[in-house]
Design a protein around this ligand. Sequence first.
Ligand code: FES
Length: 151
Amino acid sequence: MSKYSIKLNGKKHQVDVASDTPLLWVIRDEIGMTGTKFGCGMGLCGACTVLLNGNPIRSCSTPISSIKPDDKLLSIEGLSANTNHPVQLAWIKEQVPQCGYCQSGQILAVAALLDSNPNPSDQDIDTALAGNICRCGTYQDMRKAIHAAAK
Ligand code: FES
């Protein structure tokens, strides 16, 4: 076990875990934020997506030892402080979620996309979300919501 300091959603946390502990389990089990989901555990589905310095990463395959104390981590709980983020509002308006399991990862990936590309094409969206799988097949509704959030 080793001590690690991480900054999640603007707040510092100290954890004492093995160096190869995936960030996903630090966020869920050590810090207690369960909006980040476990899907495949192999970096393939995107359910565990969080943002590291604004970029989507797979927290299931990111060891805690690779996170620096100054890195800014964002999970779905930190996307908006007191009100919904524009992506979340568009998600609600377009009624995107079905089972909802993948949606926190999808929404964070979309927030990162719109930060770097405020008016993405369908192709841009498909490319950015290619690693985020939705077993309910909400891809068309997500596209509609992303275009709405981009306005
Ligand atoms: Fe991390 Fe599937 S749970 S990519």
